[in-house]
Design a protein around this ligand. Structure first.
Ligand code: CDP
Ligand code: MG
Length: 168
């Protein structure tokens, strides 16, 4: 079983759509094994977006700083989801980084339409609702950064009857 980190960003929290988004993950059969609401500062996001996510290295100073500022606009809900190949499956549900190009049916495609151009003109990170770990290495590092081991829970859900080996 694989674990991945999602963050319901300040725009999702302030728009009051976190319930709908969490429901999508629950319906797909992912198990919530950790969650909390928090409002981290610059250092925490620097670790998340640059040390782990290499955003400044990949996209440059301006996008990096506007993203960090937008993430600090309000509290976020962080969550660890568990499931089969959860990292890739959750990324598929989340969709493309830019809501304008994210396909209908994805979270970013269904809940937003905004563009990189509009975001950069307004000095903001693109408001794209949710963060999800990009690969398993990023997931491992991000989960460690956001949650202590005793905040991650072990329990059973009914979905597991469909994924466990058949009893002989
Ligand atoms: O979030 P995702 O993994 O899809 O994309 P990323 O390249 O790792 O970028 C991280 C975050 O930076 C995005 O989700 C946006 O919030 C922000 N970003 C942005 O505002 N404008 C861009 N041109 C690229 C990224
Ligand atoms: Mg990323």
């Amino acid at each position: 079983m694989e674990q991945t980190l999602i963050i319901l960003k300040p725009d999702a929290v302030m728009r009051g759509i976190v319930g709908e988004i969490i429901t999508r993950f629950e319906r797909a059969g992912f198990k919530i094994v950790a969650t909390k609401m928090l409002k981290p500062g610059y250092e925490h996001y620097f670790e998340h977006y640059e040390v782990i996510g290499t955003l400044k290295t990949r996209k440059g100073e301006e996008i990096f700083e506007s993203t960090l500022a937008s993430m600090q606009d309000g509290p976020v809900i962080a969550m660890v989801l568990e499931g089969i190949e959860a990292v890739e499956a959750v990324r598929k549900m989340v969709g493309d980084t830019q809501p304008k190009t994210a396909l209908p049916g994805t979270i970013r495609g269904d809940y937003a339409h905004v563009t990189y151009g509009q975001a950069s003109q307004s000095g903001k990170g693109v408001a794209n609702i949710v963060h999800a770990s990009a690969d398993t290495d990023e997931a491992t590092k991000e989960i460690k950064h956001w949650f202590k081991p005793d905040e991650i829970h072990v329990y059973s859900v009914v979905h597991e009857q469909f994924t466990q080996p058949r009893k002989k």
